[in-house]
Design a protein around this ligand. Structure first.
Ligand SMILES: Nc1ncnc2c1ncn2[C@@H]1O[C@H](COP(=O)(O)OP(=O)(O)OP(=O)(O)O)[C@@H](O)[C@H]1O
Length: 892
């Protein structure tokens, strides 16, 4: 390593001079500024034998403010032996340096090849990215040189390339500090690869930005053009129509898009301004309005915000100025409510009584709340007066130079207290008037009524709305109903809450419903779309369900259950005459002069064309009859008019069609409604061995009869149960069979107490089936029916088909009470059962719930034990009791 002395010139940051490359710096006449020494590169044209770089000066032109240009040419690598300390006296004193040894090793082929590849790729990229032809040519020239270069010269060209390609300061420094040729090539390869990828990424980003800008510009440009075309067309059409209609241009509502757009926006703005100052909803409205103004019209985002604002401003937000309906304050409120309920519904006395109690509670609460409101308003008014007084004093004192503080303004939005009673839940079969009772309550309270159907709702979002990030998102059912109601205190009927889905991967709709119904939470109900807490505390919720089984415990907990059962035929007759027929007549443009349905005809419609607990099918059938008569009437009127037109001679048209007769008789029903659906069913119900009729309440809450069928088949002494039975009903079957087996000897089925009737005299299986297999059945109430069926099968005695029964049994042979007595008895009555066997403990239910007209036409036998049930079912002397039936007490 050769040592020498050379003068040192510090370069300004971030210049680095590499061997083989050139650097031009401006130099002023003044003293050089103390720039931080970056690299010690040596200078001397005269003093050194092996100079590190050559210099050339370009003197300034005539303008003396121009500086000299100093061009430096790098020659070799040298190391400064002592730290550089600038000497203010003499900037160019020679210092001790050491030349880097001349690397004799030729770098490996592989290193040279990869270096060349990376360098060529980089040069190619730079040439492509470069805007100037001259620079592009320069890069191509270097590429050409690079391809011809020898391996020994590769490291030399690496130095030149690194200083040419805009490498970073750190990279240039590390190249300068690496003397070994192979190491330098590897380093240069890394630098070039890095630069290529940086260039690729920045080109990509630049292209994307360019594209989006281009798109926006294009959209803007096209919109401008479109507007200009519209304008041009408008002026054309107005000038041409002006020529036609005396200077007046008829404008269609479809023409003036821009005007309507402006009107809509102004309307939206007005609605936001009308929101209560300082409220959450107003803040949100203002925020979104500002966003809307920033986003170009016609863009997707613009539409999304617009429809959000439409919703936000359409919700009836609680307002302190909203007056509660005066109806509640009226002294005759309860009498009027009673009259309303009576005018809308027949019967339902207990339910109406309960509703009147409910309305009385609502009224009391409202009156209390009103009193509190008045007291609050009085306090607020006196506070305001105080404030005004204080304000005047404060102003005076400010005028006097005294900086007294003005008293704070009172808080906005006084909260209106909730005035609702408990949440009512109407439970009962379809068509029993649950929805229409809700409507009557709303009418009585003089509030808007909205019905929300929850049947089949599986997605929480349907109740709570979907977040605005979803495509085509919108608010949930509650907010939709509130908007339609248009007031913050409507009556909302949540229909079919028993059909709402539970927790699944779409969330938990019933949990959302819980929040809606919970008075503790519903003053801040959160709809995901609206995203501002909504106060539902003024809403009166009424729920309906067909059965209570599928309603979750917490939901039931919040509700007060009001049970509606089916109607008797007698009630149906009244409802049909007083409500359904007049409703259908007016719906079909007829009146009672034109259609009269006779009493027997109406009864036939109710008994043979419909078999339901409610009156919906009955209403439909009556509607069909009325429509049929409406067609006849219309034809008759046409024929009359025709004859009048043709003069009196031509009466044949009317005669041809016959005279119109508005009376509907029983014998015309088949022509109008078709063959009766239930006719003859009773005849099918023939007495059979092993078949007994039980009483059930079905999924819709409707009572009816269900045959319990048994047969004996060759087998292994087992019981087989079919008919989509649940666990409880299966166990009931086992208990019934065990009881029969235990008493087989007493019932003369076997000849010894030790014999099993399923094994002696023959080995058999008993198959018990409950038809209507598609319907899931469960519950213990078929116990006595099963015992009777087994006894009938094994003894051959039969139970008459006019008898039906229900009751749970214990292993000791006791009959215990069951539920749904009213529905079951009504169902039995509809099915023309005349004798019903029921548990003794259910006497009170019959007494309280079953209408007197039903009790008077049906026989009720209340039994305490299975023995009594058997006597009631088979008759006193049918079964051959070994020791007399009443002596038979269970031995268990
Ligand atoms: N007691 C009654 N008096 C007069 N009309 C009645 C009575 N009960 C039901 N209706 C009429 O029967 C029709 C069906 O009643 P509604 O729609 O209220 O049944 P629902 O119990 O709500 O049935 P669903 O469970 O299917 O919703 C309505 O037109 C209603 O006015």
């Amino acid at each position: 390593m050769a040592a020498s002395k050379l003068p040192v010139l510090p370069l300004p940051h971030p210049s680095v001079l590499l061997p083989g490359s050139r650097l031009t710096l401006p130099v002023t006449n003044e003293q050089p500024s103390p720039l931080p020494p970056t690299l010690t590169t040596l200078i001397s044209r005269t003093a050194a034998r092996l100079p590190a770089f050559c210099v050339s000066f370009v003197p300034p032109g005539r303008n003396s403010r121009q500086s000299y240009l100093l061009t430096l040419h790098g020659l070799a690598r040298v190391r400064l032996l002592a730290p550089y300390v600038p000497d203010p006296e003499n900037a160019f004193i020679p210092r001790d340096v050491q030349y880097a040894p001349n690397s004799k090793d030729v770098p490996s082929r592989k290193a040279v090849d990869t270096f060349k590849q990376s360098a060529l790729r980089l040069l190619d990229r730079l040439a492509r990215d470069s805007g100037q032809q001259i620079r592009r040519d320069g890069f191509h020239k270097i590429s050409g040189m690079l391809e011809d270069i020898t391996d020994a010269r590769a490291a030399w060209i690496a130095d030149i390339l690194v200083s040419t390609v805009n490498a970073s300061f750190a990279d240039k420094l590390s190249i300068l500090g690496t003397n070994d040729a192979e190491a330098r090539l590897t380093l240069a390869t890394e630098i070039f690869t890095k630069l290529v990828s940086i260039s690729e990424v920045s080109t990509k980003i630049a292209t994307q930005v360019e594209e989006s800008v281009y798109k926006q510009q294009k959209e803007h440009f096209l919109r401008q053009q479109l507007a200009a075309i519209h304008k041009e067309l408008q002026s054309l059409s107005s000038s041409s129509s002006g020529a036609l209609v005396d200077g007046q241009s008829p404008s269609s509502e479809l023409d003036d898009d821009e005007q309507h757009e402006a009107d809509d926006m102004a309307d939206l703005k007005r609605r936001i301004e009308a929101m209560e100052p300082g409220s959450e909803e107003r803040k949100m409205g203002v925020r979104e309005w500002r966003r809307l103004k920033r986003i170009p019209q016609g863009s997707v985002e613009n539409g999304v915000i617009r429809s959000y604002l439409e919703w936000l401003t359409a919700i009836p937000w609680p307002n302190s100025t909203l007056e509660p309906p005066r109806t509640l304050q009226d002294r005759s409120f309860l009498t009027a409510a009673r009259a309303q309920l009576d005018s809308d519904h027949f019967g339902l006395e207990k339910i109406k009584k309960r509703l009147i109690e409910y309305l009385a509670v609502v009224r009391l609460k409202e009156m209390n709340a009103e009193r509190e409101r008045l007291a609050l308003a009085a306090t607020a008014a006196s506070q305001e007066a105080e404030r005004q007084k204080a304000l005047v004093i404060a102003k005076d004192s400010v005028a006097d130079g005294d900086k007294a503080k003005a008293p704070p303004a009172p808080k906005s939005r006084p909260v209106r207290k909730s005035v609702k009673g408990p949440i009512l839940l109407f439970v009962g079969p379809p068509g029993t008037g649950k929805t229409s009772l809700g409507q009557s309550v709303a009418k009585a309270l003089d509030r808007p009524f909205q019905r929300i159907s929850l049947g089949g709702v599986r997605d929480e979002g349907e109740i709570r709305g979907h977040r605005r990030t979803y495509v085509a998102s919108g608010p949930g059912l509650i907010v939709q109903a509130m908007r339609k109601a248009g007031r913050c205190d409507p009556v909302l009927l949540l229909d079919e809450i028993d059909k709402i889905g539970g927790s699944n991967f779409h969330g938990d709709p019933s949990a959302a419903l819980l929040e809606v119904l919970d008075p503790e939470q519903n003053h801040t109900f959160n709809d995901h779309y609206i995203n501002v807490p909504i106060d539902l505390s003024q809403v009166l919720f009424i729920c309906t369900a067909n059965s209570l089984e599928t309603i979750s415990g917490p939901l039931l907990d919040r509700c007060e259950i009001v049970q509606l059962s089916g109607y008797t035929y007698d009630e149906k007759m009244h409802i049909a005459r007083r409500f359904l027929l007049p409703k259908q007549l007016s719906a079909n443009g007829m009146d009672s002069d034109h259609v009269q349905i006779t009493e027997p005809a109406l009864m036939t419609i109710a008994t043979q064309y419909t078999r339901e607990a409610g009156v919906r099918s009955l209403e439909r059938a009556i509607g069909a009859v009325v429509r049929y008569k409406a067609v006849e009437w219309a034809e008759h009127v046409d024929a009359e008019q025709e004859s009048q037109k043709n003069g009196d001679e031509d009466k044949s048209a009317v005669e041809r069609r016959g005279q119109y007769n508005g009376v509907v008789e029983e014998n015309q029903l088949e022509a109008i409604l078709g063959i009766a659906r239930w006719d003859g069913e009773e005849r099918e119900r023939e007495e059979r061995r092993g078949v007994v009729y039980g009483l059930v309440v079905m999924g819709q809450g409707e009572g009816g009869i269900l045959p319990v069928e048994t047969i004996a088949v060759p087998g292994a002494g087992r019981l087989k149960l079919t008919g989509s039975l649940g666990e409880v009903i299966k166990e009931s079957g086992e208990i019934a069979l065990s009881w029969v087996k235990t008493h087989a000897y007493d019932l003369l089925i076997t000849t010894s107490r030790a014999h099993d009737p399923l094994r002696v005299p023959e080995l058999i299986d008993i198959h018990l089936h409950l038809p209507a297999g598609a319907q899931k059945k469960d519950g213990p109430s078929a116990g006595i029916a099963m015992v009777c069926a087994f006894v009938s099968l094994l003894t051959g005695a039969r139970v008459p088909t006019n008898i039906a029964m229900t009751g749970e049994i214990t292993l000791r042979g006791r009959v215990t009470p069951v539920g749904g007595i009213k529905e079951k008895v009504l169902g039995a009555h509809r099915a023309q059962i005349t004798k019903v066997i029921l548990p003794w403990a259910n006497r009170k239910d019959v007494e309280h719930d079953v209408a007197i007209e039903i009790r008077s036409v049906m026989e009720f036998v209340f039994v305490r034990t299975v023995n009594e049930a058997l006597v009631a079912a088979f008759g006193k002397n049918t079964l051959g009791w070994r020791n007399g039936p009443l002596l038979l007490e269970s031995r268990l």
